[in-house]
Ligand binder design. Structure first.
Ligand code: DAH
Length: 346
């Protein structure tokens, strides 16, 4: 064979197999062609056997031509194999009623309930102010819900009107406030202590726009040497600024709680009208937010802390009330109805 004949044979083989590959109708046919063209006894191998008669110079010329032929046929075979593979997948897909080009079903993502959002914001601010998370039981004895907190036997809060009594031989109640965590915590821990106690509380109220038999409070308690009303005011100011922005202002009004002396009612300047008076603050310019005061010496004593050595402040605030302000929700029932059209907005 001459080099010229080798070249001609290359293009004849290439043309022949490309035609056959193009005409193949199954992947099995393509595999047969692969063997026939490139296999051990295939056309290319046969052709290359002729190389042995060539001179070195001719081999240098013929070698790359053989390689190019092999590459070209391999590419054509691979392409046809891929074509049949895709066709096979499409045939399978066509058998089922499945359209992969359709967008997926929208899966609604869950998210936090607005009350949790609000409570998280409050507890995060308190944590930054150094308050540690504490918890207490929902079903509580009268001792921790009332007695240790200096709530006298005749106090109206104990009345069945307000408190849910659990029908057992033990004097148990559903805790009417988170203040039970104060007594529980002080029994076990000694000052300095600084805790927040978020949680569910229960009162014998019927559900209306501003009341619910189950709601949430966050209790705060700070006991150390020389704690005063001034500490309470600066900490609560910082808290309200964290919640409502740097312009937030608070004021104290004298009040009464059995567990604090003096006791105060804490108002926040209305965040909707900046104190000018609007329908949210009912023209007052201020909104009542929480109860607080200096821990009554009897409470410290009842819990085993010496009131001559230590003093403290405490506060209790309603999560719903603050959440309604923060999120501009007008009716407390919205939190419990769980209408997703409302929940989705937060
Ligand atoms: N426990 C009170 C309530 O449920 C709120 C409260 C007032 C808590 C004054 C306190 C406090 O710790 O010092 O209405």
């Amino acid at each position: 064979m001459t080099i010229a004949e080798f070249k001609t044979a290359c293009s004849v083989i290439e043309q022949e197999y490309k035609n056959k590959i193009a005409a193949a109708t199954t992947s099995a046919e393509v595999e047969d062609l692969r063997v026939a063209a490139l296999g051990r006894k295939g056309a290319l191998t046969e052709l290359l056997k002729g190389l042995k008669d060539f001179s070195i110079e001719e081999k240098k010329e013929a070698g790359p031509l053989g390689n190019a032929l092999k590459a070209s046929l391999t590419a054509a075979l691979d392409e046809k194999t891929a074509f049949f593979a895709a066709q096979e997948i499409n045939n399978e897909l066509n058998k089922v009623d499945l359209d992969l080009t359709l967008p997926g079903y929208p899966v609604a993502k869950g998210h936090k309930h607005p009350l949790s959002v609000a409570q998280d914001r409050m507890t995060t601010i308190l944590a930054h102010l150094g308050f540690e998370w504490a918890e207490g039981p929902w079903v509580e004895d009268e001792k921790h819900n009332f007695d240790l907190l200096n709530v006298p036997q005749h106090h109206p809060a104990r009345d069945a009107q307000d408190t849910f009594f659990v029908d057992t031989k033990m004097p148990l109640v559903l805790r009417s406030h988170t203040s039970n965590v104060q007594s529980r915590y002080m029994e076990k821990h000694k000052p300095p202590l600084r805790i927040m106690a978020p949680g569910r509380v229960f009162r014998n109220d019927s559900l209306d726009a501003t009341h619910s038999p189950v709601f949430h409070q966050i209790e705060g308690l700070y006991v150390d040497k020389n704690v005063s009303l001034a500490d309470l005011k600066s900490d609560l100011t910082a808290f309200m600024k964290g919640l409502f922005g740097n312009k937030a202002e608070i004021r104290f009004r004298p009040s009464f709680f059995p567990f604090t002396e003096p006791s105060v009612e804490v108002d926040v300047k209305c965040v909707f009208c900046q104190g000018k008076g609007c329908n949210v603050c009912k023209g007052n310019g201020w909104i009542e937010m929480l109860g607080a005061g200096v821990v009554h010496p009897n409470v410290l004593k009842n819990c085993g802390i010496d009131p001559n050595e230590f003093s403290g402040y405490a506060f209790g605030m309603g999560v719903e009330r603050l959440a309604m302000m923060m999120l501009n929700i007008k009716d407390i029932r919205a939190f419990y109805e769980n209408d997703v059209r409302l929940l989705k907005q937060f």
